[in-house]
Design a protein around this ligand. Sequence first.
Ligand code: SF4
Length: 1013
Amino acid sequence: MSLHLLLAPAAVGKTQHCIQRIREINRENPLAPIWVILPNNATAFAFRRRLARAGGAIGVHLGTFYSLYEELLAEAGQLVARLDEPVITYLLREVAVELHHAGALNFFANIHTLPGFRRALHAAIQELKRARIDPNDFTHWAQGRSARLRELARLYTAYQERLLKSDWADGEGQGWLAALALEHDANLARGWRLLVVDGFDEFNPTQLAVLKLLSARADETLVTLTGDSRERVAHRRFVHARAAIESVLSPCLPVSLSPSPSTTPIAQIESILFESASQKIPVDNAIQFIEAPNRAEEIRAALRWLKARIVRDELKPSQVALLARSIEPYRAFIDETATEFGLPIHLSEGANLATNPAIAALLNLLAVSAQDFSRRRVVDAWRNPYFDWSPQEIEQDDAERLDAAARWGQVVDNMAHWQDTLARLEKINLNDESVEHDDEVLDAPTGAIAAALAQKFFAFAKRLAPPIRATMRGYVAWLEQLIGDDPGLLTEYERESDTSLHLVRCARASAATRDRDVAALRELKNVLRALVFSETAFGVAREIAFVEFLTELRGAIEAATYRVPPPDQTESILAASVLSARGLSFRAVALVGLAEGEFPRATTEDPLLMETDRAALNLAPRLSGDEVTFFYEAVTRATEKLLLTRPYLADDGQPWEASPYWEHILGLVDAQPSRADKSIAPEDAASETELNLISNAHHASAQSQVLAARMAEEARGQFEGDLSALRSRLAQHFSPTHPWSASRLETFGTCPFAFFTAYVLKLEPRPPAQAGYDVRQLGTMYHAILETLFRAAPDPTNLDALLTALPIVARKIFDDAPETYGFRPTALWQQQRSELERILADTLRALSEASVGWKPIHLELAFGKDDQPPLVLRGDDGKEIQLRGYIDRVDVNTAGELRVLDYKAGSSSITKQDLDDGKRLQLALYALALRDALKIGAPVAGLYWHINAAKASSLKLEKYPGGIDAAFERATTHALSHVARVRAGDFAPHPPDGGCPQWCPATAFCWRYKPKE
Ligand code: SF4
């Protein structure tokens, strides 16, 4: 029994030494049993490949500690099934729920069902098991301590009891059982010729116990560790690992490698990392630094550099790697950029299953019926390319039609509202000229199209209807039928189901995302299998509601990860976290994310096992300061070339400081960082897209012109609403016979670009459908009630009679309002009606006071419509415009003088300044129409009446400086000027002082947008 500890710095040939030793033994005795234990599957894969290249060796078992445990248990005849992660997750949830029901969880009561709690609980239990702390011992230890620890002990005990009852184990439990099997059976694992343990930087107590027993039986044990004779900060973690291994494998015979003198820059850096250096190391191009504005650009720079290593340095993809302290924040950028650059890449860590687009789409779809057919979810489901709705005859444009119907019918999330809306639309006949239709109904499907849409909608709802109650197995069977088969797994005799959504087939349709989505959907099948297995394995199957199934499914999916298989792992670039890449070696490495808080990572206390608990239990501390060693391990993964990158702006655009490690290594070498935001030379372009961007000078200059225009303080120019190039077409469209309304002119006066988007581009704002009336519908109801009331009144100046008639008139209009004006009343509708009636009564009283001596003679008086002549305004240049509209009310006094009133439902005040600025023209133009178009007479007064506030506006035509004629002149000048600017194509945006109005269709994209104050 010989025991050797090979201690040497990184990258000086420890693994090579192990391979040589294996080959020597293999040459002596080709059948000699040899075991090699490695930290993870990636290092096992790399070791196997190197061994094969060195000539190979038969009889070599190669794997991780977990595979070793399984083999030992199998040899010992203990067939203990190891549970998958989804099953463990389900079991932990079951255990937590049972304990909570039994009143045994108070401290964790509010979080016991959360996926995050299950993850933390799983990690804590695994750690206790690795330390071989038995549930009974832990319970005993937790007595008299905090509620957190006592409840953790209950959870651990209950979890372990459930495993034992069913003869199952988790990964750490297998290690524990393997150690016990070795202790009880002295012949187990006898006769091994060589045991190699390579690439580790830590050992847990179970691993140490197993190694102690195995090394006592193997002829020879060889353990490699990074380190040297010096005490180095960079080796902090290795020092602990060495102390741990020497405490159980003593006495270890030291083996030394004689490293060649540090000649390469990376080898020199290795020797002085985290030490002080007297002079800077010249690195030429062996070590480079790039600063990028953000993570996306950082990944572009890193992958471009790696592609250059493959193309220019002729390295193989497997000889280069992309590393980060945590790969997760970079995952999406890596996927996207590697695809663009045509680089074969494989990520060593799995992605969270819930983040896969196909799975997210499915979870959203399942929530449709649970959320009573919410408009957003239904329309999204109809648009979603992952679902095939052809059995329901749903076509591409149907999602838009359904959305328009929902907006028209104000459907938010209620099946009854869908039914009602589609039935109402079906009854609408747009060819019936006796009925006036609003603009929105013209967008929504009507008549036969609405009827067909209704059929599709109900077929959709039927297909999605889950069993009301079912066992887990029942729900999983229903879901699997919904998802459909994987065409890639069907035999030639099998056919896909006709009634499924063909989710896998749809996912296969896109070459760019096929592998990713199919891998995720296959993992979903594993999750579903685990749910069924858990139900039957851990209890009697019980029927549950669909919502409960959905919660279970979502929790299991959130806890699961999936991995996209690389096209060819031997010839693809590894993208991995620094921890996953320990023990691996590459000729070139790009290490990204050297930003403050990112690397070294800011570590926090474990919420379940805090540092003081860890110290008392003899567990490894969490805040151990191992980051220096991780950085040492990251840097030394490269043997020839190393790129270090950092983002200098955080996700929120704030400056992001460099990592102290970045500063440290920059201080050691004779090199300066370059900036990734500088333009790249054509020969450095890594994709066709990049090349096009570089070579398309016109495109680049257009981009910079757009940017400069947007950044300019004053909006002007062709990228800021200057459409003068189209002036002849605009003049043709807005010709002298074009009918104008005062509100359109006011829109231009408020912001020319808002007018352009609304009336030239004809865009419409798309606010989400909401139940209840909006301010426009409120104004229409007010107008209708006041008009009906005054028209029907024998004496419209008799306030008492008006107030008596108000409830009857209001009731009739309110009763019909939802149908007439197209809104869906909320539960508050009855209270709202009472409140609106009170407001109208108050306004009638105040209006009566403000109208002493005046009497209404015209209501809703048309000009430019209903065969009435338009108001024609003529400019000095002889150009004309025509206006039309309805005057709310015209009053006459005993002297026969006229007054014009315009009702306003909104609460914004209207002042003289608004007319001066050309933003409020309606009242003056309507008064002018009374005189010049209808020729009823020249009004002497005019006011806006604010119905809600029950008062007149401060702008009164008769009080305008210069009198009412001056107001007419001002309004006319503005109206003519607005139209002249429209015809000239002058639409530069000008956000209103108080902020941009919600009705502006450009608010979603306008770069001059100013929020409401
Ligand atoms: S968002 Fe504001 S600035 Fe832009 S067009 Fe609309 S109103 Fe004008």
